[in-house]
Design a protein around this ligand. Structure first.
Ligand SMILES: CC1=C(CCC(=O)O)c2cc3nc(cc4[nH]c(cc5[nH]c(cc1n2)c(C)c5CCC(=O)O)c(CCC(=O)O)c4C)C(CCC(=O)O)=C3C
Ligand SMILES: [Fe+2]
Length: 362
């Protein structure tokens, strides 16, 4: 059994990954969608989004910037924990990073995931990444089994942290400042990545019918809206994929803009609450697609900043690391787990039809 009181000696910043050039785009997309039944046409369409930006996803640069800021923050706090970077779908791959950490002598590793949420894509899949990296390590370094055992502990979901709510509220206030003056306050629209309904239903307490991801997103949106004094807001979803006959969380942001225009709404602030940085889903799906739809409908549209740009977010990451680094923190907290073990039963472990959900989000 892992010693839960021992201090941690390194941090793994674990993210999604993205292509660094045009030749990376298709292999990256194949990694993302391996075994998931995403239609070829969807892959080709998404590849075009990446090609629009020279085949380079902004996500790697943004993560490296966040890691730089985090290193400075830890340094300022006199926490001498090295921060390593690894991804699920592109280089540096998590398997390589964990092997490097092992070779550097690290055996107690805290994992910070760049998703704040529950659910298969937002939480459980990060546990799978950790398990896969450990599996690869056991093959590359057979001594791991007998040696000083390695421990990777994933920090739990942080969507409800004050820093997330405050940073979101301020981003919306800045967006409102950039909006031309109107007769009525702009409509507030929160957006997050859609997931298949079956995947959403399969995470969270069975007594609540699952839906932990969508309920967290809605609760976070409510808290942010409250902070900016809006009693009214809309929760929408974006970037759906998968075959059209499979139901996903709705409404889609672009369909919703049409509905708002039909109701006479003239101004919209879109806040991407589901993402921590301005990666491709934000700069393409929101800043191009949704912005074009809004322009066609004659709606003034401002997309609010993600939390990645806010120093409070970096301090939050450092706070979480400090809390868990000395063996503190609540190990029963949602999404927390060691060495890729599944979350506790009412977190992201499938609660219904496990055979359909495990390993496939669509
Ligand atoms: C909930 C959620 C988050 C938020 C939590 C988190 O942040 O982890 C998220 C983040 C991201 N999704 C990203 C990119 C993609 N997601 C895809 C596909 C999918 N996402 C899904 C869900 C989520 N995704 C799902 C259910 C699929 C269907 C296939 C599958 O189950 O895997 C595909 C395949 C093509 C397509 O189907 O669109 C791509 C390229 C990038 C990187 C962007 C960049 O390069 O800057 C990021 C941060
Ligand atoms: Fe979880």
């Amino acid at each position: 059994m892992a010693d839960t009181t021992a201090g941690f000696d390194a941090v793994l910043f674990l993210s999604f990954g993205g292509p660094d050039g045009p030749e990376d785009v298709m292999p990256f997309l194949e990694n993302v969608t391996r075994g998931r039944g995403v239609p070829r046409e969807r892959l080709e369409a998404v590849a075009e989004h990446y090609f629009h930006f020279g085949g380079i996803s902004p996500i790697n640069r943004l993560n490296l910037d966040m890691i730089d800021a985090l290193r400075s923050e830890l340094e300022a706090r006199d926490r001498r924990l090295p921060v390593y970077f690894g991804n699920r779908n592109w280089h540096p791959m998590v398997e390589d990073t964990v092997a490097e950490m092992f070779r550097d002598g690290h055996r107690r590793i805290l994992v910070f995931p760049t998703s704040a949420w529950a659910g298969y894509s937002g939480c459980r899949q990060y546990h799978e990444d950790i398990a896969r990296a450990l599996d690869a390590l056991a093959h590359r370094e057979p001594a791991t089994a007998t040696d000083d055992p390695i421990l990777l502990r994933k920090i739990p979901q942080y969507w409800d942290a004050d820093a997330m709510i405050d940073a979101g509220a301020d981003a919306i206030t800045r967006a409102a400042g950039a909006m031309p003056a109107g007769d009525v306050p702009p409509r507030l629209v929160f957006t997050a990545h859609s997931v298949p309904l079956s995947a959403d239903r399969a995470a969270g307490p069975a007594s609540d019918g699952g839906g932990l991801y969508s309920r967290q997103v809605y609760a976070a949106a409510t808290a942010v809206a409250d902070r900016v004094g809006h009693t009214d807001f809309d929760q929408v979803w974006q970037s759906r994929s998968g075959p059209p006959q499979v139901p996903w969380l709705e409404p889609d942001i672009c369909d919703h803009l049409e509905a708002l225009a039909a109701q006479g709404v003239r101004q919209v602030i879109a806040y991407p609450i589901g993402f921590i940085s301005d990666h491709l889903e934000v700069v393409w799906d929101l800043d191009n697609e949704a912005a074009d739809v809004a322009a066609r409908l004659g709606i003034d549209y401002v997309r609010a900043d993600t939390v990645g740009t806010d120093p409070r977010f970096i301090r939050l990451i450092a706070d979480l690391i400090e809390r868990y680094a000395e063996g503190g923190g609540d190990l029963r907290a949602m999404g927390c787990g060691d060495n890729g073990a599944p979350c506790r039963p009412d977190c992201c472990v499938p609660v219904a039809r496990p055979s359909r959900v495990s390993g496939a989000a669509s």
